[in-house]
Design a protein around this ligand. Structure first.
Ligand code: GLC
Ligand code: MG
Length: 592
């Protein structure tokens, strides 16, 4: 029996050699066995409402996406994740689902979805759907039946009598818990004479996962869309899936002041000890994984994957991966490159911190992943600065594991400016004109920029559901495709490199903050050329000696890919002991 492939064997040998040398820098071992599709995938997030409008109503739709699948093929990405496309009153733009088994009419029909899947299959692109388990819309039949206490639906949601205030004699919500979108997490329903819990908007009642019928129902949702041919799910908003159990009197505990803000409506005003990160949530993800694995066992085909949205601390997030005896999510999203840089500036040390935070906490044998942005955050090019978008796109393609791109990051699209009048995000609408910019997620949701023409080529209609971002005349697919050099060309070159170079898929990873501004990564695999990434995140020109990072590097490296800011030429040979970097210059180099 052959236990090791030749590659695995030599990789194991060189791992031993490295261990013997007592490597000073951070090294992560990787198995050189062949990887499953998702382990090295480039995922691409589509926000359907803003990707492509096929019928001129100013709202993106499924036929629009289908018409642009060739674009994704050309980008080279592996799989597209679609934000929710299900029937919804659109209070939270699809994250309030009224029918988990049907398509939102303004996005199309089930037949349109089938056509999308068919075309994606032809192009060898995988489609992943958003699974929103925490809540439904208050307009779903389930909720309507629950309000009426119809048999089988009485406990579909988290209902509570509330408590009577001893002084006033008045009824009050059961606890002081706050929703994410500002204000109380409890809403009174006159008809049922009870409060229901909503961790998000009032129109998003929380499903009750302590009810086995709800658990079974949501597994039906997964199987239903698996039957339609999807390659997996991005699971929405996991931290609030379960709340703590009530005490023997049926009472829930209050949260205490967190000290983080004075704003008593803000979720951060109180702790979230009892309403987030409960152990039952982890177990539920393991159960969903079983549904997916069973499906594959029965019907064959590629692995169906689970990606998990959670902004929880590492001790909780890492449990989603599973443990020695059970598999969990394939990839709990790694948002560290977003969150670390939200609190501190973009610097080599902070990039290192974000990477360490994931790789040092990830359980052995699991796969890392790297996310730059999504529909809930300001756009990456706006957060990091447009001059650093190539450096960041390079980083997520050079680091080990999978990467996730939010639509437009490949173009360096920036945030739109949305006035209070034009604001539609419920989080912002629950605030006021003075503070809405702190909460609004609209700026990252403006229409995708295809051309410099009317509505940026997104829609032929008279208006679009959100105004366009101001930079569409230059930042768009058509202009960047036609240009000799562009963010788009760089992105495509990176995807291509990641696909074709085994070192990036299976190699060891070593990285270091070489100076305050300069960050270096080396990927190496025995018998193959090493790949070196170096980026200047600063605003000054610097000269570095890469030998200080790695003495085994040759005297010169060949330039493969460079950021827009770089004035060098691909194929050039660069001396490692004295490498000059312009501000915003980022390079991908090879030892061959
Ligand atoms: C997730 C989504 C966000 C949505 C929320 C409630 O965080 O990404 O857009 O508002 O869940 O479903
Ligand atoms: Mg439309």
């Amino acid at each position: 029996m052959i236990l090791f492939s030749k590659n695995a064997f030599t990789a194991a040998l060189s791992l031993l050699a490295l261990a013997a040398l007592g490597q000073a820098c951070k090294d992560t071992a990787a198995t050189a066995s062949s990887k499953d599709w998702w382990e090295t995938a480039q995922f691409y997030q589509i926000y359907p409402r803003s990707f492509m409008d096929s019928d001129g109503d100013g709202i993106g739709d499924l036929n629009g996406i289908t018409s642009k699948l060739e674009y994704l093929k050309d980008l080279g990405v592996t799989a597209a994740w679609l934000s929710p496309i299900f029937k919804s009153p659109m209070v939270d733009f699809g994250y309030d689902i009224s029918d988990f088994f049907d398509i939102q009419p303004e996005y199309g029909t089930l037949d349109d979805f089938r056509a999308l899947i068919k075309k994606a299959n032809e192009l060898d692109l995988k489609i992943i759907l958003d699974f929103v388990p925490n809540h439904s819309s208050n307009e779903s039949d389930w909720f309507k039946k629950s309000v009426k206490r119809e048999r089988g639906y009485e406990d579909y949601y988290v209902w509570h009598d509330g408590k009577i205030n001893a002084e006033t004699g008045k009824r009050e919500p059961p606890t002081n818990w706050l929703q994410y979108f500002r204000g109380s997490a409890w809403e009174w329903v006159e008809e049922r004479q009870q409060y229901y819990l909503h961790q998000f908007a009032v129109q998003q009642p929380d499903l009750n996962y302590r009810n086995p019928d709800v658990v079974a129902q949501m597994k039906r949702v997964l199987r239903y869309w698996l039957n339609e041919g999807v390659a997996g799910f991005r699971c929405d908003a996991l931290p609030p899936l379960f709340e703590v159990l009530p005490d023997s009197q049926g009472q829930y505990p209050d949260e205490v002041l967190s000290g983080a803000t004075e704003d008593a409506a803000d979720r951060d005003y109180l702790t979230t000890t009892y309403i987030e990160n409960q152990p039952e949530t982890i177990d539920m993800v393991y159960q969903w994984r079983e549904v997916l694995d069973d499906y594959q066992r029965i019907y064959g085909g590629n692995s169906r994957v689970l990606l998990i949205e959670t902004y929880s601390p590492a001790w909780f997030t890492m449990q989603f991966y599973g443990n020695q005896s059970v598999n969990g999510a394939h990839l709990p999203f790694n948002f560290n490159l977003i969150t670390v840089m939200e609190e501190s500036p973009l610097s080599a040390a902070n990039v290192k911190k974000a990477i360490d935070l994931w790789l040092n906490n990830m359980p052995a044998g699991r796969t890392a992943n790297w996310v730059l942005g999504n529909h809930d955050k300001r756009r990456a090019a706006s957060r990091y600065g447009q001059q650093h978008i190539d450096a960041m796109n390079m980083l997520i393609m050079i680091l080990p594991g999978a990467s996730v791109t939010y639509q437009g990051e490949e173009l360096a699209m920036t945030d739109g400016e949305i006035s209070w009048q034009d604001t539609v995000d419920p989080w912002a609408c629950n605030s006021n004109a003075d503070i809405y910019e702190k909460y609004t997620r609209d700026p990252a949701r403006t229409p995708f920029q295809w051309t410099s023409g009317t509505n940026a080529g997104f829609s032929t209609g008279p208006t679009t559901w959100l105004p366009l971002a101001g930079d569409y005349a230059t930042i768009n697919v058509a202009s960047e495709s036609a240009a000799q050099r562009s963010h788009l060309h760089i992105y495509k070159a990176l995807v291509e490199l990641r696909k074709s170079v085994k070192t990036l898929q299976n190699g060891y990873t070593k990285y270091q903050a070489l100076t305050e501004d300069v960050f270096v990564v080396k990927r190496s695999l025995s018998g193959a050329a090493s790949i070196v990434y170096v980026s200047n995140f600063g605003s000054k020109e610097v000269t570095v000696n890469l030998q200080e990072f790695d003495k085994t590097l040759p005297a010169s490296l060949e330039l493969l890919i460079r950021s827009l800011a770089s004035t060098r030429l691909e194929g050039a040979s660069l001396a490692t002991h004295e490498l000059n970097l312009l501000p915003g210059e980022a390079l991908v180099l090879s030892t061959e």
